[in-house]
Design a protein around this ligand. Structure first.
Ligand SMILES: [Zn+2]
Length: 328
């Protein structure tokens, strides 16, 4: 999505003021503040507003339940201050062509027209791109590639929605953080397939886009090809023992980038668990706290391991050496 720029900053500031005022009123009434926010994520298929030519791909997505699975994780794990409605509809605000999140984080549009475009690229990949050995053969078809890459793309939009609703402190580009949540959430919840499918689809998209333009370079999103390597880097870094062979030795992820990835993943994983921690539901709190503590231990171990191989990496001889096993 494109960020709303200055106007979004103003709206966010106003919303923050209202939250503070609302809390003051509750405190004055003498009632205990409600510490469990009640916002829920709901996926709505607006069947009457889906054009006939896009109905087939909507059925693929509906049957795959990728949107519902991602929504369920948020509902189980996080206490949102507001409802979040995910609208699968061709009835979108003016100029909306892709999946987008509204500036208040309370609506995500997933236009079927956009899903049809994703399906077109996924079909091209399934037909014309040799399957990477790491990608499961029985899922290397247009429908599964469409559903899996949609799960990743939806993860990106959920990242925007969480940043906006929870007013997360952002110390980098919002679009990078949204891609980060797509990797964090899909790798942890669904394994490698969504990252791999998204990498294949974005790679094909970048080839179709051709030469990088001024608009592409100045976009608030990194260029598509850079995003492909970010998706692969975070996946590889999540389990280098498993993915170094299939992703790095094969050349999908360059050897110049790969040594940075275990620490990059550890930083991302720790970053999201830490940012989300104050917002865990009471049912998820114990598990979530444990995830955050494990992620912190992993970040410390990976940073130490990286420091030990830094001279070799800077001299161009870097190779990932796994850190010593963590103590329980
Ligand atoms: Zn975005």
């Amino acid at each position: 999505m494109n960020s709303g720029g200055y106007s979004a900053v103003v709206r966010t500031a106003v919303a923050g003021t209202l939250l503070v005022l609302g809390f003051a009123v509750v405190s004055c009434s003498g009632d205990a503040p409600d510490d469990e926010a009640k916002g829920k994520v709901t996926v709505v298929y607006e069947d009457d507003a889906i054009k006939p030519k896009n109905r087939q791909v909507v059925e693929v997505i509906r049957k795959s339940r990728v949107l519902e699975q991602s929504a369920d994780w948020v509902n189980t794990s996080l206490a949102l201050p507001h409802d979040l409605t995910v609208k699968v509809t061709d009835k979108v605000p003016p100029g909306v062509e892709d999946a987008v999140t509204q500036p208040d984080g309370r609506t995500i549009y997933v236009p079927p027209e956009f899903l049809t475009q994703v399906q077109g690229i996924a079909t091209d990949v399934a037909r014309n791109v040799e399957r990477p050995a790491v990608f499961p053969q029985d899922r290397y078809n247009a429908d599964d590639l469409t559903a899996l890459s949609t799960r990743f793309i939806f993860g990106h939009e959920l990242g925007h929605a969480l940043q906006r609703q929870l007013m997360l402190a952002n110390i980098g580009m919002e679009e990078d953080a949204a891609d980060g949540f797509a990797s964090f959430s899909t790798v942890n919840q669904a394994g490698p397939a969504p990252s791999l499918a998204a990498a294949l689809v974005f790679d094909q998209l970048a080839r179709k886009q051709g030469k990088i333009t001024l608009e592409g370079l100045s976009s608030d999103h990194p260029v598509a090809q850079a995003r492909v390597f970010n998706f692969l880097c975070h996946l590889e870094g999540s389990d280098p023992e498993k993915y170094e062979g299939p992703l790095v030795a094969t050349g999908y992820l360059p050897k110049s980038r790969a040594p940075l990835c275990p620490q990059a993943w550890a930083m991302l994983d720790h970053g999201w668990w830490t940012q989300l921690r104050p917002h865990f539901t009471s049912a998820f709190k114990d598990q979530g706290d444990k995830e955050q503590q494990d992620a912190r231990a992993r970040l410390i171990a990976e940073t130490k391991a990286f420091a030990e191989q830094l001279d070799a990496y800077r001299s161009g001889q870097g190779a990932h050496t796994p850190p010593a096993p963590r103590s329980p």
